[in-house]
Design a protein. Structure first.
Length: 166
């Protein structure tokens, strides 16, 4: 019998500080010796960034006018930044983790673009790993759609204020 991964869905309204809270939590956990993989996607100086959970590298998420872009609504995101972020979501490349971060699962992923197929791969990879906790950000308006899309059965939903309890 395989064990389901420990999955925590960090949720809240759009622009409520979920990503910045996760980034700060991850830094604190890392200082305490936790092994953390994946990525965060905070806003810094008015720009969205993909930041590796190891804090060694980052990519600006918003596309410039002259680069290939992934579009959703009025937003243009860098196709190259998404490709880089998908690479970070290859858990088999990094070994063992206490926590694996996905920031965020949104409309693009529900359309099987953006961070896909990497997000699905993370859930599949950790199916038999009861040591790793996946912490994924999902805006509250998409929570039910994400749960259904990925067929999640065992998970806990929290807000940013509950991060310190993990």
């Amino acid at each position: 019998m395989s064990l389901k991964p420990k999955i925590i869905l960090l949720t809240g309204p759009v622009h409520s500080g979920k990503s910045n809270s996760l980034l700060n939590w991850a830094k604190m956990k890392r200082e305490q010796g936790a092994r953390i993989g994946g990525l965060t996607n905070p806003s810094q100086d008015g720009e969205k960034w993909f930041i590796s959970a190891e804090f060694e590298s980052s990519r600006k998420m918003n596309a410039t006018d002259d680069e290939p872009a992934v579009r959703i609504g009025k937003y243009r995101f860098s196709a190259a930044a998404f490709a880089w972020a998908r690479e970070l979501l290859q858990p088999e490349l990094g070994g063992r983790y206490d926590y694996f971060l996905i920031d965020e699962i949104g409309k693009l992923e529900l359309k099987n673009i953006g961070l896909e197929p990497a997000v699905k791969g993370v859930f599949e990879f950790f199916q038999n790993n009861n040591e790793t906790t996946i912490v994924a950000i999902v805006r509250e308006s998409l929570l039910e759609d994400v749960i259904q899309h990925y067929g999640l059965e065992k998970f806990k939903v929290i807000t940013k204020d509950e991060l310190t309890n993990i």
